[in-house]
Design a protein around this ligand. Structure first.
Ligand code: SF4
Length: 616
């Protein structure tokens, strides 16, 4: 098919073999690329219930269908079974890796098995080689990048740090020192395979496009439009670094382990916009966003404890490593972001679990003897740094925290009521009480508490309309996110569905109708897979106790995540029904598979339904 390489690479690390395979047209048409391909291959290759860190799990790198072809379309999807949740999990990183993988002639790179020694993969045009990584094992992510760039020059690299090697459940995969596929512990999946890095060399594209001339004209037009768009001005100016002003003032910040979703301007400003701008620099070797019309990346140069470093802070990392842990000191937080990248951990989960521990300390529920050291609780920057290092090395209390917040609460036998997660995935930096019903997105998202699964269009404050009224807007937003994730488009770019349909027909030469139900198709398949693998709907589609507490101040004062429990149950039931799932059980109905044009999975849906019916 035009617009694709029609080819994937399968690497079996147990056998030390690489195989190039044709990618079937029916798979391309139904699953399109990126997220869609990742979910398709996990569903079909990895039996439900497979343990994430076993050699039978797969790790899939799949560039979006438009990766490198459309302005703001640089994402690569990384998909696997998550060691945190046991569910199918996707995470994304932007810039060169996805487009270069496509240029190298691959629509997906699938890794399975386990090498008996540390290795890395070298991807060249139409070829993947397995190389020895013994000298890189044990090194921080930054040192790994430097060593590989020294050897290969122009290359885009995905690598893990010590946390991935030590199988920290929320280890991430860092790309080109700057971007991370952070969520779900996919760095631990790499670690379990003894895979330290994937290096993609730059090569010339060879894909055939349906109408290259028209594509060039469209690219220029959209690039110029988005470069100047008034509604992207704030993003161009601050990137996401001003996010805390928005979240804090609307009662959505994660401050002090989500105990204070509203914080005053004076405090929020310490970790936002103008304060961060004071440290901003324009580095010479600018990577992120080089081909994007928005260029939201902000780089800062910070000196902390005598050490000077560059880092690219984003709202989620700032808020979870700073606001959530009560450290309102930007140089310290920038240092934590830099350190967390180098150690190779998801900054959201790392901040969340430390904030939880600080709350235990604050409430006097855990002694210094039990922790193995004195901790000051919220605001203890020294303590936070020690904990980050101990988690990555799985030392002392760090070994407990490395299991993630839910398991840590179980191991220590306390604090479960303020562990803020859904399905074992730690909450990101948006407390949903400030926008009542946002929590329905967290509760129903296939991977757990993710901020990237669409939001309902909220009632205006005081938010007292029924949550079920907002479900159609959540579904619309969720499907759009899945479409962007399959095409490799950044969610900040304001493309409409019609824009994307037109790009599809210009690139592929076929109608973009296949894009229409894509998000629904993927989510339905994920639900069947997860149920067959042991997920328990509807009980697992819930929110943590903290979000049932009412906000005590600010514009959302008096708000819990829903009006009451019945409001939540009604909304969840409506969500299931509109998805074509059994409205009591939360499992796809067999006839929905026909509507979604994937009748081949009908018997799996029947099996999933039977399992849940028997249990309930
Ligand atoms: S808007 Fe920002 S995050 Fe999105 S592609 Fe452009 S530079 Fe990257």
């Amino acid at each position: 098919m035009k617009g694709y390489n029609n080819k994937i690479a399968r690497v079996d690390l147990s056998e030390g073999k690489v195989r190039l395979e044709e990618l079937r047209e029916d798979i391309i048409r139904k699953f399109v690329g990126g997220k869609g391909f990742g979910y398709y291959f996990i569903y079909n290759d990895v039996p439900p219930g497979t343990r994430a860190l076993s050699k039978y799990n797969e790790l899939i790198f799949a560039p979006g269908a438009f990766s490198g072809l459309v302005p703001g379309s640089s994402k690569v999807a990384v998909v696997s079974v998550s060691p945190q949740t046991g569910l199918i999990n996707d995470s994304y990183a932007g810039d060169r890796f996805g487009p270069w993988l496509k240029r190298a002639g691959l629509d997906a790179l699938i890794v399975r098995g386990r090498s008996d020694k540390p290795i890395y993969l070298l991807v060249e045009k139409n070829r993947v080689r397995i190389e020895d990584a013994s000298k890189l094992w044990g090194k921080g992510a930054y040192e790994t990048f430097d060593a590989l760039w020294k050897e290969y020059g122009e290359a885009s690299i995905a690598a893990i740090g010590p946390a991935g090697e030590k199988l920290v459940r929320f280890a991430n995969i860092l790309f080109d020192k700057e971007r991370a596929a952070g969520r779900g512990g996919l760095g631990a999946v790499m670690g379990s395979k003894n895979l330290k890095a994937v290096v993609v060399l730059k090569s010339q594209p060879s894909m055939e496009l349906h109408d290259g001339e028209k594509l060039e004209e469209m690219k220029k037009r959209y690039y110029e439009e988005y470069k100047r768009a008034e509604n992207l001005k704030e993003l161009r100016n601050y990137g996401t670094t001003n996010g805390l002003i928005t979240s804090a003032f609307s009662g959505m910040a994660p401050a002090y382990n989500f105990q204070k979703p509203y914080i005053e301007k004076e405090l929020a400003s310490k970790l936002a916009g103008e304060e961060i701008k004071k440290y901003e620099v324009e580095p010479e070797d600018y990577i992120h966003g080089s081909s994007c019309p928005v260029k939201c990346a902000r780089y800062v140069k910070v000196k902390y404890k005598g050490e000077e470093f560059f880092v690219k802070p984003e709202y989620e990392s700032i808020a979870m490593l700073g606001t959530a842990t009560g450290v309102f000191d930007f140089p310290a937080v920038a240092h934590f972001i830099h350190l967390t990248n180098d150690l190779g951990m998801d900054s959201i989960a790392a901040g969340n679990v430390i904030a939880w521990l600080f709350e235990l300390v604050h409430r006097g529920l855990l002694s210094a003897d039990e922790i193995g050291m004195e901790l000051g609780g919220f605001g203890d920057a020294e303590g936070e740094e020690k904990l980050l290092r101990m988690m990555a090395e799985r030392k002392g209390i760090g070994a407990v925290l490395a299991e993630g917040v839910k398991r840590a609460a179980e191991i220590l036998g306390r604090g479960e009521e303020f562990a803020v997660h859904v399905k074992c995935l730690e909450s990101p930096a948006w407390d949903p009480r400030g926008r009542r019903t946002y929590a329905l997105s967290y509760a129903t998202a296939d991977i757990g508490a993710s901020h990237l699964r669409g939001w309902p269009h909220p009632h205006s404050l005081p938010n007292d309309g029924a949550a079920r009224e907002l479900v159609p807007s959540l579904i619309e937003s969720r499907d759009k996110d899945a479409l962007f994730d399959s095409l490799g488009i950044c969610k900040f770019l304001p493309y409409s569905f019609e824009d994307l349909e037109e790009f599809y027909s210009v690139i592929v030469g076929e109608s973009g109708a296949t894009l229409k139900n894509l998000g629904w198709r993927i989510e339905t398949l994920a639900r069947i897979y997860n149920v067959l693998g042991g997920m328990n709907p509807p009980e697992d589609d819930v929110i943590p106790p903290r979000w049932w507490e009412k906000e005590s101040e600010g514009p959302a004062k008096g708000n819990a995540a829903f009006i009451n429990y019945d409001d939540f149950l009604e909304a969840r039931k409506t969500f299931y029904r509109l998805r074509g799932w059994d409205e009591e059980l939360g499992v796809p109905l067999p006839e929905t598979l026909e509507i979604l044009d994937i009748p081949e999975y009908r018997s799996s849906a029947e099996r999933a339904l039977e399992i849940v019916r028997r249990r309930v």
